[in-house]
Design a protein. Structure first.
Length: 390
């Protein structure tokens, strides 16, 4: 292939990749509404007038606008349409569960914690639930505690904590847009993305993905005004490039190993080898090392630089229950010069039932108190949103 053709091919590939990252750079997704005009605003969630009506962001105008819809309450038998006899006429009751609920085990309406509207149905015993945005989705940023020692965390669209956090008194410009975007793409099955997030879940200023690099707005990820996107090999020409900060390679050490594993796995699948197992290298959204490392039949909690957080580890059989939140917070608080008085389990998670000055209390997986003055026989899960489906 001649040099001219090579340049032409590279330019065409660059344009194709630039088109592919359009959804990444764009700030908003246009809702698919049946109405010609659509819904101009999404008002705050309000209570509905009737006891069998519940707020829904897709109640009217072909699923475009919010309003009240009828539905069955938490714990109500579901699955079949029923009628209730009155002194006048037979009144048909709703046959489907209310928004945020699902017809589950035992044919009763249970919490669907993947839907933020489920937070409207929790019992009073659960003191904290994630906040929903005006469209009824989980808000990307969820804050806990007071303004001094409290923290804010990034959450996925399914209501799970993801990469990104900040002290609450420093979280004014925290959007979690980068962490949410990466989590959304992973949920769609894409694990080869190379977007870089800051520790608070915002976008780093310089971004590269799918062979294209650009200078990004930290809060939205959109291309900075007055700059251009360039092919990856020209990334050092971008005005946001800093040799001291970015070095000579965009991918960080952990990412390079993980990305190589992903490409190898793809090649094996393309060639028809689907039974090959890999030990995945876990990296955070900022390119640092993940929460744990797998060695043999054990997984050990790790810090951002890959060092182990001894003595916290578990067997691979119980890996799915390991989050290392307590193990990491222990070091985080120490480095910040703050006191941490909570106990960790052997796997690096917070002990659910804690004790202080002889009094027992429950904490959630993030280490925040959810119930006080409890007994030794207390099952703390009953006070934690999402711990059980109810």
């Amino acid at each position: 292939m001649t040099p001219a053709r090579i340049k032409s091919w590279r330019f065409q590939a660059f344009l194709a990749n630039l088109a592919l990252i359009g959804p990444i750079i764009s700030a908003q997704k246009v809702p698919n509404c049946a109405s010609t005009l659509g819904c101009f605003s999404f008002p705050a969630i309000t209570s509905c007038p009737n006891p069998d009506e519940f707020w829904s962001p897709t109640a009217v105008l072909g699923g475009c606008c919010p309003g009240c819809v009828r539905g069955l309450a938490l714990g109500t038998p579901c699955g079949t349409s029923t009628t209730t006899e009155t002194t006048s006429d037979a009144v048909e009751t709703p046959s489907t569960c209310a928004p945020g609920l699902v017809c589950g085990v035992g044919s009763v309406c249970r919490l669907n914690t993947g839907d933020c509207l489920s937070t409207h149905h929790v019992p009073d015993s659960i003191q904290w639930v994630p906040q929903c945005d005006s469209r009824g989705r989980y808000a990307p940023k969820q804050c806990r505690g007071d303004q001094i020692n409290g923290r804010c965390f990034c959450y996925s669209a399914e209501g799970k904590r993801i990469f990104g956090w900040s002290w609450r008194n420093r979280a004014q410009r925290m959007t979690c847009a980068c962490s949410r975007r990466r989590a959304d793409l992973e949920a769609e099955g894409r694990f080869d993305m190379t977007l870089h997030c800051t520790p608070d879940g915002n976008y780093e200023q310089l971004q590269c993905d799918q062979g294209v690099c650009w200078c990004a707005d930290s809060e939205t990820g959109t291309q900075t005004a007055g700059t251009r996107a360039v092919p990856e090999e020209l990334w050092s020409l971008l005005p946001c490039y800093n040799e001291t900060l970015h070095g000579v390679q965009y991918l960080r050490r952990c990412e390079s190993v993980a990305f190589s594993q992903i490409l190898q796995r793809k090649q094996f699948i393309i060639r028809g080898h689907r039974d090959v197992t890999f030990t995945d290298t876990l990296c955070e959204y900022d390119g640092s090392h993940g929460r744990y490392i797998i060695e043999g039949q054990e997984a050990a909690c790790t810090w951002h630089d890959g060092t182990k957080l001894n003595p916290y580890k578990t067997s691979l059989r119980t890996l799915s229950a390991m989050n290392c939140n307590c193990a990491r917070d222990e070091k985080l608080f120490m480095l910040a010069g703050r006191k941490m008085a909570l106990a960790c389990e052997g796997n690096g998670n917070y002990v659910p039932l804690q004790s202080r000055n002889g009094e027992l209390f429950c904490v959630d997986p993030d280490g925040y108190v959810v119930a006080e003055n409890v007994s030794e026989q207390t099952n703390c899960e009953q006070y934690i949103f999402g711990a059980s489906l109810m």
